[in-house]
Write a protein that binds this ligand. Structure first.
Ligand code: ZN
Length: 138
């Protein structure tokens, strides 16, 4: 991400948010198609334990989150703007904090939580699906 927004409310910011959001949606779609092809049937964005995992497998009590590399602060990919980056850093750290809380709440309710980075889904979808399958059909 090379663009450096001058002000948090600038149109640049909303363009960035939009384009990152679209990429994340593509990644989620890839995962969903892959799971579907393996015969794994999930529920989409169902509310459980006060949060909404991207995918849930109810009977196996497995919750899946797809963490977009930008918004969730993937250390391997994150190229947040270096200047004027306070806005982004704050937002990303709030997201990360919420991710931790969501995971803990689900685990306390006896859910198995799997989180995958966007880049993992992009570069090794097969392993990601295998990992999910192991939990859903052990
Ligand atoms: Zn990443």
């Amino acid at each position: 991400m090379e663009i450096q927004p001058k002000h948090p409310t600038s149109p640049v910011r909303s363009r960035i948010m939009q384009s990152v959001g679209q990429k994340d949606t593509d990644i989620e779609m890839r995962l969903r198609r892959g799971l579907w092809a393996r015969g794994l049937r999930y529920r989409l964005h169902r509310r459980v334990s006060g949060t909404k995992p991207d995918l849930t497998f109810r009977s196996a009590r497995v919750a899946i989150f797809v963490d977009g590399c930008f918004w969730h602060g993937c250390r391997q990919c994150n190229k947040a703007p270096k200047s004027n980056s306070r806005f982004w850093r704050d937002k990303i750290s709030r997201n990360r904090e919420r991710d931790v809380q969501d995971t803990l709440r689900l685990e306390a309710d006896d859910w198995k939580v799997l989180r995958f980075w966007g880049c993992e889904i992009r570069s090794k979808l097969h392993q990601v699906i295998q990992r999910i399958e192991e939990e859903v059909h052990p």
